[in-house]
Design a protein around this ligand. Structure first.
Ligand SMILES: Cc1ncc(COP(=O)(O)O)c(C=O)c1O
Length: 380
């Protein structure tokens, strides 16, 4: 039996999502059509939208726009807010957090290509936002400030409220990437200080290829895609009804129950890591969500540890799924001040509700041998 500890990359499809998608797949009707089939499709889509709105804690779903995932939601939010604010007279500046996901950095780069200046907000050695660096980043004002509520590699929880309040005082709009926060933290306090918020279904037990951008009512966004009137012109194209049904299906069974047990397993794994000589936990001194454990073993490149774990039936990661497979040091660990060698040693275990104590104990049992073999091989 394989042991899956890569829930931050993608999590297994839950039964309620599968059932909702199968049901939706058998129905015909374009939500934009005015006949009965179309109207039924529209009402199913709106119910799915309401479910996502409920997850965010904003009541209904009127302000929820379905996207193809977290990446598109981040880009649509950051670039859309940035361009609209600039058109309204804000300075052409964008601020992102150093440890943000490539989707956020990519959105900032897209704004830079349109003449913006990007500022990178620093983090400390534990991955916490360096609030002292906010003054520098916001000195010239900004159109948009973006940050992830929960870091994808370390699970470190950002002080979104402090950043958002400072951003607002500087006249900037705020985009929050809540992709790794959803299902792990209440989203309402985050939405309360955000102008836009990004979600992705496949991190929550829903299907890949569907996400959502919540837009605070009244906030202007420049749409990135020209085309039809769907999603009130904010995201043209016939809606992904099956994906939306799957998203709503997973939301219907999300609850905070079970999170404590996942957290206890993660702490157990951490203790096992720290018992290995040269083992350390990245971001261990910062507030973190319970499921993510990012570790390193001095002298053992993360890639080799992850590959050896894989051979022994354990799926873990060196960091963001988008960057694993390359031997680059983790940009997140580099931003936290680790040297290049250490930043290549990161191994991310991200747990989910299905994991068991027996699985964690198996990982704890095989890790010392794996680390010793990788160190002895001396590849780096
Ligand atoms: C924090 C964060 N933002 C955005 C994304 C991108 O989401 P998606 O895979 O749905 O495009 C991810 C996925 O790893 C993520 O972890």
């Amino acid at each position: 039996m394989r042991i899956y500890l890569d829930h931050n990359a993608t999590s297994p499809l839950v039964d309620t999502a599968r059932a909702a998608m199968l049901e939706a797949a058998d129905l015909v009707g374009n939500p934009s059509s005015i006949h009965g089939e179309g109207r039924a499709a529209r009402s199913r889509l709106e119910r799915a939208r309401d479910a996502v709105g409920a997850l965010i804690g904003v009541g209904g779903g009127e302000s929820v726009v379905f996207t193809s995932g977290g990446t598109e939601a981040d880009v649509a939010g950051i670039v859309g807010l940035g361009l609209a604010a600039q058109a309204a007279g804000a300075p052409a500046r964008v601020v992102v957090l150093a440890t943000d996901h490539p989707a956020v950095h990519g959105a900032a780069a897209a704004l830079v290509a349109r003449g913006f200046v990007a500022e990178t907000l620093a983090v400390d050695g534990e991955g916490r936002v360096d609030l002292g660096d906010l003054g520098r980043c916001l000195a010239g004002g900004a159109a948009v400030v973006a940050l992830a509520a929960v870091n994808h590699e370390t699970g470190v929880v950002a002080d979104v409220t402090a950043v958002a309040e400072a951003a607002r005082r500087a006249g900037a709009r705020v985009h929050v990437d809540a992709v790794q926060a959803a299902g792990r933290l209440p989203l309402a306090p985050i939405a309360a200080v955000a102008d836009t918020l990004a979600l992705s279904a496949h991190k929550l037990g829903g299907p890949a290829g569907i996400g959502a951008l919540w837009i605070r009512p009244g906030v202007q966004l420049t749409p990135l895609t020209p085309g039809g009137h769907q999603e009130h012109g904010r995201r043209p194209g016939t809606e992904n009804s099956i994906g939306a049904a799957g998203f709503a299906g997973t939301v219907s069974t999300l609850s905070t129950s079970g999170l404590e047990a996942v957290s206890e397993l993660a702490r157990r794994l951490e203790r096992g890591v720290l018992a290995i000589e040269g083992g350390r936990v990245h971001g261990g001194g910062a507030p973190r969500v319970g499921n993510t454990v990012n570790v390193g073993f001095a002298g053992a490149p993360g890639e080799s540890v992850v590959m050896s774990l894989d051979l022994e039936g354990v799926a873990a990661s060196t960091g963001a799924a988008c960057t694993s497979g390359s031997v680059q040091p983790s940009p997140v660990l580099l931003a936290m001040g680790l040297g290049r060698a250490r930043a290549r040693e990161g191994v991310r275990f991200s747990l989910g509700r299905g994991n068991t104590e027996a699985e964690i104990d198996r990982v704890i049992a095989i890790l010392p041998g794996i680390v010793a073999r990788v160190r002895a091989a001396g590849v780096g």
